[in-house]
Design a protein. Structure first.
Lengths: 395, 395, 395
């Protein structure tokens, strides 16, 4: 339990701000000016603690780096609550309005749907012992999307790199540990360069156990307006696509296009296998109807070979939102994924890294350039459209 | 997250006291003297935070208005813990001694009976997505009496009306929100006039969803001694009464009379339909054996058409208590109530208000006057005594 | 909610340190010097509050009495986290690294195995409404090892006895209360004499209910290295021993001997009935391979007639640990124990006391002396080795 620590680590200036009884930590903040750094844009980083309701005790870290404002929730497994850039918001409006302290979440409720009591983040990690639909596996109930988003992080560090451009890193350790069952450590980190319209997830999952164990990880990034709107579109280099279920199957022909807010729409989920570059990366883009704004998502497919597209174009109040989800598995229950060969294992003591980058696109020129890149990646190869998820083989 | 706010709202002087990191809020208090108000009786209102055990972090608001002392628990959905007036206590002595932070309650425990781990309030709201007995409905476990009493309130406001008699209002918002399932907002308020022996519940439930949804609400007001004692009696204008089960059926002939603390009594529940005034109101009274003290309960039957009488005249230590419960439904599981046509719906965006008033009666004259009013409301019409709840039709 | 209280109680100087909004309590401490006491060794006692992760808000009391350092966790039912004496540690290294606030534990998870999410203590009490394996009993799920270790204590008191040798007592009240089901109060206390290598558990369980009720209590004391190692051994005067299951049955012939850390060992549990002295006490010893270090456990068998030996000699990372467990019952589900006649009852209002003492042995001479005592207690009577737990009759 150190007091607020300032370390000149190999990574730069580090602040450890959570595990302290120091009252000053409650309103901790730091800025480029405080540090005497000449960054491309002035930045400020501050921590606050929420009070009242189910938010009681929730810690937030807000990074304003000139172009982006990112809000990170250490108390909810380092989820990103929102990212703002001018009038563009990455995130969505969930019926769940509070940033809920996991102390008030019972994951077992409604037969394993308790995760939905706190779901409102822009970016929430699902995993790591399991993710996906609730249901029985090995005689025990797996709750929706696992536990990682409802585990408060420790060792939360704000690091400002010593060397220009003085990249800002906010990382924390999420320990998913149960005697006899789980000993995972997820280092969950987001970083961004002052003045840039992009940020990067750089996670490392370690199986600290002496036994090889299964794991699952899914990056559930959720977008509402202004990027999501009628006529918005997902652009991706797709090798294969299938509907999650019969309901989604009805709209398979328009899987990449979005409706406006639609009452009684429910949700359609599509399962994708992307084309990848030889170096094991791919990219997708969500662009608005006019093709003048968008978000580009770059990620490594080696450890995240699958991609799920969650289209929840329900009404605004119910949560008009789409999820772009690179992952180790599809969102079926782990028992289903295991049969399909889509549940990876991590050897005793082994680690895997997961990199996902997001960049906001503000102009038609930017959107067009990204689309061109994706078209090049598709390289005129056909997309196989499956009528059923049964045909999706393990990659 | 405002600091302590003093607003001159349309309603009067308002204090918003929970969502603040301001240390001063911990021991916030205000009095008629502080405000320079000439009220019928001197009042003080103070907030405190409990520490230790399962009480850790529980917020209380105590209103002492000269005649009544009311304790409100924002952390437990704005329940009223106790109301005192001299030697009269509204409330009871539960085996559960702590005012339990919902963070330490697991509603799913014992097959959905976790609510009993924190049950000790004078007045606890049951609902709002569901209330009643635990059990499966639509393939999911509904836990006893719903979630609302275990959701910490936000936007908690203490308002002192500008105009004499400077009524005091303590209200808070209880958000029962689950993505895909629930988007209820309950404004839960109690108000009282300085120096009067009465207080009023004025709640508004809003379905913020775009979909029509079922809801249930039950005002579980619980009385032990001194009002409850051998020979105490419920006085009500009753159209129809039935036992909840065979066990209660055995004592249907004495449904309105109370035994003293009785070992192995267990509990008897009776289901009532009251006679109502043309304007849609009714009243009941609990009076002590000598008819010299009592409590009068007035409420609107339009939105609370049913009434349950919970007689739990077990020993003092086990909880010698009776519940007077105006409600939208009887306390069976929602699946049973739905079949019986007793689960109301709330249209998208619609609100309903619920008014329940409580007045303490200190003398035989007061008790007699109230009894006279109730007899007049009965107007010599007969009470149909049903042998089984099967005969209770939806109102 | 008193502020920090200093009382000259019948027991000595008492400090009540948890139920207070007093900021000074956060870093409360007291020492022999502060009190002007001439003890055999200088002592300090301090309270701290943990922050970050699932530790948020956990209260610890650390007693350093010159020879022993004990850490008590009021927030986890007065469990003892660790006891240190020089290079000897009582305790073990669980994959669960945090001292978990029960607010973040869902006991119902994994079909009632949620207790494992926080299990890492040296000494954890299991009970009191039930303990043992998860499973259905009377139509309801009993979760592993009951609730008591996940209930924060209240009325936590540090007492320094007035009379020399100024014994230090740290006690707290753990209230396991559920309306209609449970009204237990466990006074959980550990005490130690400054400068001595021993400490004593002195608990009192009271059934505050008006009804006779079943209860179970098991003292789960867990030892890893340095006492546990290949060739370490349990020394006990044993009347009867049986394996918990067929898996343990395979190694019944070496039930008292330990392997080194062994991959895929899993766990072996042996059920014992000890020989007792006429006054109703017995003792066991865990000694290291060389017989030069050990721990002696003395306890009363009147209220703790059974003893379970948990051999979990898995790898170090998985938790290389053995549990020495005097108890009211064996660790089967309560439904099994009831059939076997091993679930005691407590009359209405009745209390039972439980005494378990631990002494660290630092030399071969000490170990040999204790072994001699145990051999004398066995008095050359044979140990009946049962092939199945079925043959273990109720004592």
């Amino acid at each position: 339990m150190p007091a607020i620590t300032t370390e000149n680590s190999p990574h730069g200036r580090e602040f450890v701000i959570l595990e302290t009884p120091d009252e000053r930590a409650k309103g901790w903040s730091v800025s480029s000016a405080d540090l005497g750094l000449a960054t491309a844009a002035f930045f400020t980083i501050r921590k606050q603690t929420l009070h009242g309701g189910r938010q009681e005790g929730v810690e937030l870290i807000e990074v304003d780096q000139g172009v982006l404002k990112l809000t990170i929730i250490p108390t909810r497994g380092m989820s990103l609550y929102k990212v703002f850039s001018g009038e563009i918001e990455l995130g969505w409006s969930s019926p769940v309005k509070e940033i809920v302290n996991p102390a008030y979440v019972e994951l077992e409720s409604r037969g394993g749907l308790g995760w939905l009591d706190g779901f409102n983040e822009f970016l929430v990690r699902c995993g790591v012992e399991w993710c996906g639909h609730p249901g029985m596996d090995n005689g025990r109930l797996l709750t929706l999307h696992g536990r990682v988003a409802n585990i408060p992080a420790t060792d939360v560090r704000v690091t400002i790199e010593e060397a220009p451009p003085h990249r800002i890193r906010v990382g924390g350790r999420v320990s998913e540990q149960t005697f006899k069952f789980a000993d995972y450590e997820l280092w969950a980190e987001v970083s961004t360069e002052p003045g840039k319209a992009s940020f990067q997830i750089s996670d490392t999952l370690t199986n600290r156990s002496d036994y090889e164990r299964e794991f699952q990880l899914l990056y559930h990034a959720n977008f509402g307006p202004p990027l999501l709107e009628q006529g918005a579109r997902l652009v991706a280099a797709v090798k294969q696509v299938a509907p999650l279920d019969d309901y989604a199957g009805k709209s398979i022909s328009t899987w990449s296009e979005y409706l406006g807010p639609t009452k009684n729409f429910g949700e359609h989920v599509f399962l994708l296998v992307p084309f990848t570059r030889p170096e094991g990366t791919t990219m997708v883009m969500l662009k608005n109807a006019a093709g003048e704004r968008g978000v580009r998502v770059d990620y490594e497919t080696k450890n995240l070979p699958y991609f799920s597209l969650w289209k929840n174009t329900d009404t605004m109040k119910e949560g008009y939102v789409t999820g772009l989800e690179p992952s180790t598995s599809y969102p079926y229950n782990r028992s289903v994924e295991r049969k399909a060969g889509r549940v990876p294992k991590l050897a005793a003591g082994a680690s895997k890294s997961f990199e996902v980058g997001y960049q906001i696109l503000f102009t038609k020129a930017e959107v067009d350039a990204v689309e061109k890149e994706i078209v090049a990646l598709q390289a005129q190869r056909p997309t196989t459209i499956e009528s059923s998820a049964e045909n999706m083989k393990a990659v």
